[in-house]
Design a protein around this ligand. Structure first.
Ligand code: SF4
Length: 285
């Protein structure tokens, strides 16, 4: 079979589904390439992670026997078949990312936040789906895509795998600060961490104590490796937004935070109607 692949979102971030489909088809002896309008294909896969807000699908395919669309950007749909899901991704598609292993060890999240699709799509439990060895084979860096690793009952065993790999690990999607314990932080302290992300999105939950506790337990002192996102103006009042921003500012001792890609000083105040993500780049325990 001749297979064409389309990464609708562009090529700035490797598309894991396409990489796994590519590896699987190649293992079955099929020819796989990026789709070209002048080509001829038995099957074309279009994959899209983001919705219209970030990437519109403007590609018409009229040179294939069948076209299969998938990914969060197209809405809920079937999961990849197990054989594909558990295939090591084909980095030949994205040679620029070959030094980094991208993957999931868990899927799902119990929080079911209103603005997030993860719980609806992957389930309201965080479940172990793969060991690190399924998608990592010695790369210097791991980009972990798990939505809520700490909510998985197996998370300590999985963190240990990350620690023992000796690879730099970027927890790209955030760790749930509410689930921090002395035991899991002591394991996290053994991981070569490139970046830890947290979030404080729910205006009705005061996470001040959780952030303080993490600050006391973590051995990561480099503020460039720790970050917190705060979603404002989503079901929150202006006062609630200011409370979270100012609390984080007070805990961190940081004079700087990020608004729409621009670093601002403390004189900035979120305005009613703004939707802002803040990076909190500094912890002071
Ligand atoms: S905690 Fe994070 S991953 Fe889970 S539902 Fe909320 S935003 Fe999504």
């Amino acid at each position: 079979m001749k297979i064409g692949l389309i990464d609708v979102d562009g090529h700035n971030w490797p598309n894991l589904c396409l990489m796994k489909l590519s590896a699987c088809h190649k293992a079955h002896g099929d020819d796989v390439e990026w789709w070209m309008p002048e080509g001829r294909y038995d099957r074309v896969y279009k994959s899209r992670v983001f919705t219209d807000t970030y990437s519109k699908d403007t590609i018409t395919v009229d040179n294939a026997g069948e076209v299969i669309k998938g990914g969060t950007g197209y809405g809920p749909g079937p999961n990849l078949p197990d054989e594909v899901e558990h295939t090591r991704p084909d980095y030949a598609l994205y040679p620029q990312f070959s030094g980094t292993a991208y993957g999931f060890m868990t899927r799902g999240c119990p929080r079911n936040c209103g603005f997030c699709i993860v719980s609806k799509k992957e389930g309201r439990r965080s479940t172990h789906i793969a060991d690190l060895s399924e998608f990592w084979d010695g790369q210097k860096e791991v980009k972990l895509l798990d939505a809520n690793l700490l909510a998985c009952p197996d998370h300590e065993r999985l963190i240990l795998q990350l620690a023992e790999s000796g690879a730099w690990v970027d927890f790209t999607q955030g760790l749930d600060v509410r689930l921090i314990t002395p035991d899991n932080v002591s394991l996290l302290n053994r991981v070569k961490t490139k970046m830890l992300h947290f979030a404080w999105d729910d205006p009705n939950t005061d996470l001040t104590g959780c952030f303080r506790r993490f600050s006391e337990l973590t051995s990561i002192r480099d503020f460039r490796r720790r970050r917190v996102y705060v979603l404002t103006n989503y079901g929150s009042t202006h006062e609630q937004d200011l409370y979270r921003v100012n609390t984080l500012r007070d805990i961190s001792g940081s004079n700087w935070f990020k608004d729409r890609g621009l670093w601002q000083d403390n004189s900035y105040e979120p305005r009613p109607g703004d939707i802002i993500y803040f990076d909190w780049a500094c912890f002071v325990p």
